[in-house]
Design a protein around this ligand. Sequence first.
Ligand code: ARG
Ligand code: ZN
Length: 885
Amino acid sequence: VTINRLDYQPTDWLIDHVSLQFELDPTATLVTSELTLSRNPAAGQESNGPGPGLTLQGSDCELRSVSLDGVKLAPEDYQLSATELHIAQLPEHCVLVIVTCINPESNTALEGLYRSSGNFCTQCEAEGFRKITYYLDRPDVLSVFDVTITADVATCPVMLANGNRVSHEVLEGGRHRVQWHDPHPKPSYLFALVAGDLAHIEDHFTTASGRKVLLQIYVEAHNIDRCDFAMSSLKASMRWDEEVYGLEYDLDCFMIVAVDDFNMGAMENKGLNVFNSRFVLADAQSATDTDYMGVEAVIAHEYFHNWTGNRITCRDWFQLSLKEGLTVFRDQSFSSDRHSATVKRIEDVRLLRARQFAEDSGPMAHPIRPDSYIEINNFYTLTVYEKGAEVIRMLHTLLGPVKWRQAMDVYVERHDGTATTCDAFVDAMQTVADVDLTQFRRWYSTAGTPEVRVSEEYDSQNARFHLTLSQSCPDTPGQSDKLPLHIPVVMGLLDQQGNSLSLSNGRALAAAVDSSQTDAQRGVLLDLTEASQTFTFEGVDAAPVVSLLRGFSAPVKLVHDVTDETLAFLMANDPDTFNRWEAGQRLATRLILGVLQEGRINADTLASLGQAWGLILADDSLDMAFKAEALSLPTIDTLEGSLEQVDYQALIAAHAMVSTALAEKHAEALCVLVTETRQAGVALLDPAAMSGRKLANTALALLTWLPESLWGPLAAAQYAAADNMTDRIAALAALCHGDSAARQDCLDDFHAKAIGNRLVMDKWFAVQATSRRSSIVEDVAALLQHADFEAGNPNRLRSLVASFALNNPGGFHAANGQGYRFLADQVIALDSRNPQVAARLVSPLGHWKRLAGPARDLMRQELVRIRDSGPLSPDVFELVSKALQ
Ligand code: ARG
Ligand code: ZN
């Protein structure tokens, strides 16, 4: 069934209060739900006649009884289907009591109430609450929840729900009972319950206005020493939201629970965040620097949802980006404030280009506010999240930081306590903005990645420089002939000596982030709103060099034909460090795509890039993490974005050829970096230490393109000496590309040490799944049979199957189609068990139309095979049928 955005109707009924009672049992949990209902005054009123009936959503729960105002209903008083409970007649105000029985143990889809490591937990977003009880399971029905949990003291000493704990009593027969009250009205998707044998750490946070909040992190007892970093991240997030947005926490306690079986990253349930344990647990022996940054970012993300998501929620699921795009933007800003802003921006842009651009050019292309869906879980996408965050970032750029904050205040003031829309968000921005945002709103309804073509003309006679920008956006399923967007283009002009020119056109950029820069260095903001627009700059004495789209000011593809020298010049001189990196990426892209066209490396371009690398390496004013980014070539999935038809085998070969050439050119310097960049005697998370590791390990990864005799001993030595996971796994990853005795020894050693730590065991699978060995498809198939492989655990499954399909292009696109067949087999095997996770594995197969040669048909055949494999979940059905259309 397709749901359409424009069909939105408010409900006929409101739930003013809900009281839930859980009698927990692994296979037969009884849920009693008491709903205090009233007719919705905002609903379309039919005059006279009987009032509207009530339809509640519910599935996979066994209905035991329904009573209305104390009277038990007979089966003929209601209608029950596999997904709904309908009651035709109810008084305007009434109390409905529904008893259901559910089986958490058999819940392998991990939505609703399920068991993880023997503990009870819930995941209700988007539509999991209906697997617990019959309800108006949609985000615009806000209600006050009271929750009572009864369970065995022995197996469930801990029983948690949203809000504040109001009572605890010990019962007969080894049972006990707690009661929780959440004063903030919320939709059902924010409900949570956790019960089991959990240990916790605790701390306190005093809010700006002096409220003392109890902070707790719950984990299985054996993980209790791995929670400290998450706790300090939480406190930092709480402080940041007060300082940057003036937003304080609003309950007496804030709890985080880590579970091993979780479909996504984490969930912002009010006062009781439930996390995939990989975004909570971290210690020096088990977590890489990237893992630490991931924990910090996800803790922040879920915490920030308390305002942007929970207190102000979505009217309907088409508005998902209202909370997700905004909250991703907020967590990105938080990370950027705490670490290198440029490096954070580079990482975010890499992800966007590699994965969101691919989504935008495939069968699932959709606007950040989609118009229709079959299964909402399929729309928790890079587009809604990451492109959504880019749209928020553009608003931030258009308003400037001061007005942005004022507009956010208006948004919070207007919509606190309500379920609202993306349009209402832009309305709030418009109350403060100087610019008219009417055209900007098209970003919410336009799918696809816009392209901006650039041409330059220098008029020496009049000392004028003309810059022409032309935009277009490719057709996407269901959308063609798109209207121009309002694209904020941050840019600057440099003279031939690298000095920034003062510009006579464009808007000044409000209050600089980097206050050491002059206005000229910062550049200006151009509002590109027409299909084609020429901007003229006066008083330009010589042909300038243009630096466009600084900081990646809009999520577009820039097509700008400049010389290798210009790119090398920008790499060395652009005051915008993001664009220095970008120039290097463009040069590298040109080199790799050149191999595809000419069958060989262009020696001049290689020389330019090689030299530019040399300059970057020698520049001591640059952060080592930035250098690492500058030495990292664009990945295959990013390069793919600049091709119409992709021959993966050829692209991978070209990428390898260029990587090898660059590694050869700098082999000596790279070896020095591997051995000499690490800082001894500093704290693990010291910024310089992290940057040093990043640079050293980037250098090692580059060296693996050369004969193993050159780097193998370095990698083996690094593995043996490593006192942290970042260096250990980087060394192992390098060794995994080869076939040395050290490879097997280190894998065995790593495996032995991983026993008892699931997250480390995940790494053992992932590092093998991303190897460039020619036997990779057989290797991965063999790992499926390994005693430690668990198909039922999403993290383990992703560490093997998704790592292979997404991060191993050479293996996945194997010429004989084996990689595609392998993935399709996994989707088919998983769909009946966990549709959400199965559906996530379909997307790498969705791009067959863009493939060249026999690969195209090989990939398509696998989609057909999934389609014909039997009854599919709506999740997998939607993706497969859209891909085959
Ligand atoms: N709201 C969560 C987050 O981004 C994501 C949970 C989505 N889960 C799902 N099954 N669709 O923080
Ligand atoms: Zn989120």
